[in-house]
Design a protein around this ligand. Structure first.
Ligand code: 5GP
Length: 194
């Protein structure tokens, strides 16, 4: 098990066969040291991809994305889920159906911050059915920029997201990969093989 998988075993709460709660270090309270490790890991995995920008989605993608940006020395742009008074002018938008909230949101970023010269690393906290990541890919592609890959903190590999993205030729790098949440227990992909 890697550093993140160990932390998930220790502090993650299995809410159902489909949902993991990690409020104590990622989704509500944030552990800066863990985020630093996660950022370093993403930066190592995408070190040779010429990344010029990181794109994530508010709010839980921001902490890991900023840390990755620190190591890759590139700016971080987060897509907004609500229209903001200060977010006006030319916007790139996509519709995203939320797995946890069961609602559809329009997400947007300003055209000012991603353009066709950019090579983008997309980062998010969880990968379930891939809707959030696909929305971000759509926005980046609208800008004319290239998607170099998708960095995920926690992938639930028993859901469709990773497969859908990979089938589209996108590179997905997930730090923790969960094979199952059955019986109230987290089992990782590499644990299953052992
Ligand atoms: P997807 O769009 O891939 O279906 O779902 C990804 C989004 O849903 C993530 O941005 C995350 O906010 C949320 N999400 C999906 N599954 C879980 C989960 O098991 N636990 C938590 N805390 N969030 C999840």
């Amino acid at each position: 098990m890697n550093f993140l998988e160990k932390r998930i075993k220790k502090d993650g709460k299995v809410l159902s066969e489909h949902v993991l709660k990690v409020d104590s270090f990622l989704n509500h309270q944030i552990d800066p040291n863990l985020m630093l490790e996660i950022g370093k890991e993403f930066a190592e995995r995408f070190a040779n991809d010429g990344v010029t920008k990181i794109v994530t989605i508010e709010s839980s993608g921001i902490a890991p994305a900023v840390m990755a940006g620190l190591f890759l020395k590139v700016p971080v742009v987060f897509a907004r889920k609500r229209k903001s008074l200060t977010l006006n002018g030319d916007l790139l938008t996509a519709s995203v159906h939320s797995f946890t909230k069961n609602e559809t949101n329009e997400i947007s970023i300003s055209k000012k911050y991603v353009n066709k010269e950019d090579r983008v690393l997309i980062i998010d906290d969880f990968l379930a059915n891939g809707q959030a990541a696909l929305g971000l890919v759509e926005i980046v592609q609208q800008s004319g920029a290239k998607v170099k890959g998708i960095g995920i903190v926690i992938e639930k590999s028993f859901q469709q997201g990773a497969q859908i993205l990979t089938k589209q030729g996108l590179r997905v790098e997930s730090i923790a990969r969960i094979a199952s949440l059955d019986n109230g227990e987290v089992t990782f992909i590499n644990e299953k093989v052992e």
